[in-house]
Design a protein around this ligand. Structure first.
Ligand SMILES: Nc1ncnc2c1ncn2[C@@H]1O[C@H](COP(=O)(O)OP(=O)(O)O)[C@@H](O)[C@H]1O
Ligand SMILES: [Mg+2]
Length: 264
């Protein structure tokens, strides 16, 4: 059952969320609670189930079982209503590459029912912020991976969402763009936008987020406010493993050992 959180209303809540692919369980009994306004990092090694989870939460992949509430509503029961309030940058970008950047934002804005004037104003601001304004008349097909990511983020923000989902947002983004992206995300959380970000890179989550959950083989390992999770992990680890990276490798690296190449 959903718990009452009078002091910290939840933006995202999953209850016993499950996803199987054939007889393989990708996400198992996942209970997540993301408070409103949190900068939430969803951390785990490759194949842990992060993208599967974000796809289910954002209404792109049907859960095998379990419940999802976004801003108190069930996304699978009232998808249109909920999707108006969220922005998503998925793992695999599905941009219409034969459009220019400006045309794409115009299309997305119209899809959300914004009027022309508002679309133009917001897309100009977004393109300037992402430093894409000089290329806005170019076809997306000619953009670098990092530029595509920035455009996807611009598109995810045009309707002023209260909740933003980012699946590996820093993947393939150069250092300069990553800094712009980071500053923008921090600015968004100060405007009470809840951010849910996945990453397999510990450093990003540790530096940026105020809450985190660690997932491994589809199961939740730890979750809560950053410092309390770090403290708990540190207290459970051998002396000297104080950083998140130490604790993370300790948990997810168990049994892997050091591998060597037979021919080198
Ligand atoms: N459509 C699919 N069919 C079969 N297996 C899948 C599918 N999508 C994901 N998986 C499997 O589920 C597991 C979790 O994948 P994913 O959620 O993409 O992990 P992550 O994003 O954490 O790297 C992986 O083992 C992956 O191979
Ligand atoms: Mg992924």
């Amino acid at each position: 059952m959903a718990q009452q959180h009078p002091l910290a209303p939840l933006s995202i809540e999953t209850i016993q969320l499950h996803r199987r692919f054939g007889d393989f369980t990708a996400v198992e009994s996942l209970d997540l609670e993301v408070p409103q306004g949190a900068f939430f990092g969803f951390l785990g090694p490759n194949g842990a189930g992060k993208s599967t989870t974000i796809k289910m939460i954002t209404g792109l992949l049907q859960p095998t079982s379990g419940e999802i509430r976004l801003l108190g509503q069930d996304i699978w029961k009232s998808p249109e209503k909920v999707k108006r309030q969220i922005g998503v940058v998925p793992e695999k970008l599905h941009l219409f590459e034969r459009l220019t950047a400006a045309e794409y934002l115009e299309f997305v804005g119209a899809m959300y029912g914004l009027d022309e004037e508002m679309i133009l104003q917001r897309s100009n601001e977004l393109l300037a912020l992402m430093e894409l304004d000089e290329r806005k008349e170019r076809l997306i097909a000619d953009f670098s991976h990092g530029m595509k990511k920035k455009l996807a983020l611009a598109a995810a923000l045009i309707h002023n969402p209260r909740l933003l989902f980012l699946d590996e947002p820093f993947e393939g983004v150069d250092a300069v763009s990553a800094r712009i992206l980071r500053d923008l995300l921090i600015d968004l959380t100060s405007r009470k936008v809840t951010i849910f970000l996945t990453s397999h890179i510990l450093e990003i989550v540790e530096k940026l987020c105020d809450h985190l959950a660690i997932i491994h083989k589809g199961r939740l390992i730890a979750a809560g406010p950053m410092q309390s999770v770090l403290n708990r992990l540190a207290s459970e680890q051998p002396v000297g493993t104080a950083s998140l990276e130490d604790a993370f490798i300790q948990i997810v690296g168990q049994g892997r050992g050091t591998r060597q190449l037979s021919w080198m």
